[in-house]
Design a protein around this ligand. Structure first.
Ligand code: 13P
Length: 286
């Protein structure tokens, strides 16, 4: 079962209460490594691209990489555009074949965000694609988008009305989570997830996954967090395994790019395996 619409993957995870990792990849090597880890563990997986990655590689080449790398894969996989405030990039990716998008109108007044998100939902449906929505900026800067300032949360009523009125498929609430590395274990408003899901049962996207504890993941998944975003852990693994290889290459004065790729791929696969296992999606492929 190869490339699927996002909701084929998330509806099941939400119903059965396990989490599906959504890894932000940065190039062909990391894309291939997370897909390979999911295939090895018989797990569904979501591959995400930031706007920065779309711009740095180009949507045409990025989508061609996705198509080739997933061609022979027999676990459910889906391609998602992460935080995108730019409607032209949303349209570009939907036209190319991305399976879903997060329209990030969280810096807009709620009514304007609602209006534009509803438009994106209509546009996405035209391509058979799905939409994640958010009303509060997730604290932290991710690939040039966002801010370190905590801007607070909207009321439950506003969140519920946004979900209903826009027709979004996945909702990403702020619950005290943040992109990047936490300085200490975050204090999360788990109850907010339960309160939303009790009235509007849509799968919840958990942002800022890097650095949360196993207990927090277990609790949040049981409340309805079905999509769990991991970006910082992949970036750190990519950079640190590269650095370790390069330091050893310098010490030995031996410079062989393919062996650098082998080491980085192994490290990224290990990081992906660890998260897939923590979220309970191992063996859940169909
Ligand atoms: P981290 O950078 O904390 O892993 O969060 C990823 C994320 O939420 C991407 O949208």
């Amino acid at each position: 079962m190869p490339v699927l619409p996002l909701m084929d993957i998330l509806d099941r995870a939400f119903r059965e209460r396990y989490g599906v990792a959504a890894f932000n990849v940065v190039n062909d090597l990391t894309l291939e490594a997370v897909v390979a880890a999911a295939a090895e563990l018989s797990s569904p997986v979501i591959v995400q691209t930031s706007v920065k990655t779309v711009r740095s590689i180009g949507s045409k080449l990025l989508f061609a990489m996705w198509r080739e790398i997933t061609a022979g894969v027999d676990v459910p996989v889906s391609l998602h555009l992460d935080h995108c405030p730019d409607r032209s990039v949303i349209t570009e990716c939907l036209k190319r074949g991305w399976n879903s998008v997060l329209f990030d109108g969280s810096r807009l007044p709620v009514e304007e965000n609602l209006r534009q998100t509803a438009e994106v939902v209509i546009e996405a449906r035209h391509y058979g694609a799905h939409v994640e929505g958010e009303i509060e900026p997730i604290t932290g800067v991710e690939d040039g988008i966002g801010s370190d300032e905590d801007t607070g949360r909207e009321s439950l009523d506003v969140a519920l009305r946004f979900i209903r009125a826009t027709g979004i498929d996945v909702f990403a609430p702020a619950i005290g989570n943040a992109h990047g590395m936490y300085k200490q274990t975050p204090h999360l408003d788990m109850q907010r997830v339960s309160d939303i899901v009790a009235v509007e049962p849509v799968p919840i996207a958990l942002h800022g996954g890097t650095g949360m504890t196993d207990a927090q993941f277990v609790d949040l998944i049981s409340r309805g967090c079905a999509k769990i975003n991991i970006s910082t852990a992949l970036k750190m693994t990519f950079m640190q395994s590269s650095l370790a290889h390069l330091e050893s290459a310098r010490a030995k004065d031996k410079w062989d790019p393919p062996s650098l790729f082998t080491d980085v791929r192994a490290a990224v696969m290990e990081m992906a395996r660890a998260h897939i296992r923590r979220f309970g999606s191992e063996g859940k492929a169909w």
